[in-house]
Design a protein around this ligand. Sequence first.
Ligand SMILES: *Cc1c(COP(=O)(O)O)cnc(C)c1O
Length: 427
Amino acid sequence: MNLVNLKDASDKVSFSEAVKKGLGKHQGLYFPQSIKPFDNIDEILALPLVERSTRILQHLIGDELAPELIETIVSTAFQFPAPLAKVTDNIHCLELFHGPTLAFKDFGGRFMAQCLANISEGKPITILTATSGDTGAAVAHAFHGINNIQVVILYPKGKISQLQEKLFTTLGGNIHTVAIESDFDDCQHLVKAAFDDPDVRDGLHLNSANSINISRLLAQVCYYFEAIAQLPKEQQAKAVFSVPSGNFGNLTAGVIAKALGLLIKRFIAATNSNDTVPRYLQTGEWEPKPTVATISNAMDVSQPNNWPRIEALIEQGYIDKSAIVGEGIDEEYTQVAMRQLSALGYVSEPHAAIGYRSLSRSLQDDEVGIFLGTAHPAKFRETVENVLGQPISLPQPLADCVGKADFSVDVDNSYEALKKHLFSILT
Ligand SMILES: *Cc1c(COP(=O)(O)O)cnc(C)c1O
């Protein structure tokens, strides 16, 4: 697989290099040089999830990795289903929250971890990342127990929900969690300072494993196929996907699935009040506003870092711009949508509810709508209980870790303190 840096066409890398590097020169995103459609989509759709996903990733990655290796990586990474739940006669939710940390990020996180573990040739790697919640949990679980990789996760002490915290601080082993006495921005600054410090970057073999890594997107392509495969044959060409979006990785993956020949009629780019993209799609002006906090906090992003990849997919003719429609849903209507879903017998959380709301507003009679269920309602338990006025029970992975001991260490908000801590635990 050949990838090109969207900011510097002379920066070309293989899949393995792109996975190891994350970002290219000038902070440019890597993008496939070409995407060749399948000529046997029906045959691909007929396969079970793991077999089909293996075929899709073999097709995308090519002979750079042995086919058997891709098969091993996929079968280790994708050990949970992605069922399509019927909400109304023509609307379904693609439930992407049956993995260990109950959000879609498990798919990309676990695939990336298995790729890195297999292409690093046993060399030591330290993943250093800051989290405000979901990503940390997915990364921690995905890398837990992988031999040559140590993971250090920084998070703002006391500023994330206790449930979220328990999901990644209770693993131990190669997962090191550090509570910083400050906010998320300071955690990010500390991570950045570490990457700028050659002692730490080279000495500890840092890698960021962040959300722009190409391996995550490729993994996410697979569940769009899984959704279509679960529709009755006569509905398969009528699907419209509504994608609750923050950094727009999920939507990018959907458009790549379409570029591979999957029949998708159109996409809805659904956001909360941080609606840079819906406004851009309407006016043609890119005018990010300051980010506002919402109850769908995993989508509180006003400068989505995957958008250049969607622009590239449009420019290179893989999708017509008119096939992506934007929709921004405010706080009030997010709650209205959660209540509407509940009245339909489907309990959901704020992110997926935004997907549903955007879809139900524009779905045509001859279309079938699918919104992505990006997280389990229990992950946003407090909000869901407040809005719906009914208790939410905890699924097993969350219930299991609530009683476990927390391995976190408190560190002052100072780079020197962090550096000292990193060397003390990793060398
Ligand atoms: C990360 C996340 C999103 C946003 O996904 P993007 O790929 O960044 O657009 C939506 N919902 C939930 C629950 C998330 O964790």
